[in-house]
Design a protein around this ligand. Structure first.
Ligand SMILES: [Fe+2]
Length: 250
């Protein structure tokens, strides 16, 4: 990714064919790279046990069931950023190594418009979108150091900047019944807006209209097969073996 926090289109996906883990780490230390090792709990028992413990705590503290659990180990270069974006599920971000600053913005206009949020839920657009640095006055900045965790309301936009060292963090995403209901309300609202030109409202909690939209969203999803596999960003570069930090355009 580039240096300008507004220029989110500089974010590119790459490949690392043939590099060993050690070479990959050297590339991270020397370059501007952000690795997301998805489902690390499925690959390593230590992370599986950690995730079980974390989710037991979350369920105990909130009384809510958790599912669609995704544990990602993030390894990223010094001084890099994650552009302004939002995630559909709930997220907790745990810092293991290095230091980073997370800016959190309220999940409402002007930080994100309903229509923008719906398009992200419908997977019609990338999770990144237009960011105005003036919005920082309405943001909360959290500095993460090893051992600290931050979480935020569902769909709250955020952006992240690393300090001058390699960073290692855990991004733990999940759904609860309430979070899944909200995602389905947004999905139905997006379809209502697209299909009928409606200007729908977001219902909070178990409103009867929300439950009706849950049913409508499920029906629409059944009619749009294959959307889960849509990948908006194809790889455009690869890391070069033996030259840490160097990339080759694909
Ligand atoms: Fe995120």
């Amino acid at each position: 990714m580039g240096d300008d926090p507004v220029a989110w289109r500089t974010w590119r996906r790459g490949s690392a064919e043939g590099l060993s883990g050690a070479e990959l780490l050297e590339a991270v230390k020397a370059g501007r790279i952000w690795l997301n090792l998805r489902a690390v709990n499925a690959a390593a028992d230590d992370y599986a046990m950690l995730a079980e413990e974390i989710f037991a705590d979350i369920e105990g503290a909130t009384g809510q069931r958790t599912f669609r659990r995704d544990v990602g180990l993030l390894i990223s270069s010094p001084e890099v950023q994650v552009f302004y974006h939002l995630d559909v599920p709930l997220v907790t971000l745990w810092q293991l190594r290095g230091q980073k600053t997370v800016w959190l913005y309220p999940p409402k206009a002007p930080f994100v418009e309903d229509q923008q949020l719906e398009r992200i839920v419908l997977k019609e657009t990338a999770e990144q979108f237009a960011y105005d640095p003036n919005w920082d006055v309405g943001a909360e900045a959290v500095v993460l150091t090893p051992g600290r965790m931050v979480t935020w309301p569902q769909n709250a936009p955020h952006r992240i900047a690393n300090g001058g060292m390699m960073n290692v963090s855990l991004s733990i995403e999940f759904m609860t019944p309430a979070a899944l209901l909200r995602a389905n309300v947004l999905y139905a609202n997006g379809m209502l807006r697209k299909t009928f030109g409606a200007r729908p409202q977001v219902q909070a909690g178990y409103d009867p209209r929300a439950l009706a939209k849950l049913g409508a969203a499920r029906a629409w999803k059944a009619l749009r097969p294959g959307e889960k596999t849509r990948d908006p960003l194809p790889p455009t570069f690869s890391l070069v073996r033996g030259q840490p930090g160097a990339i080759a355009t694909l």
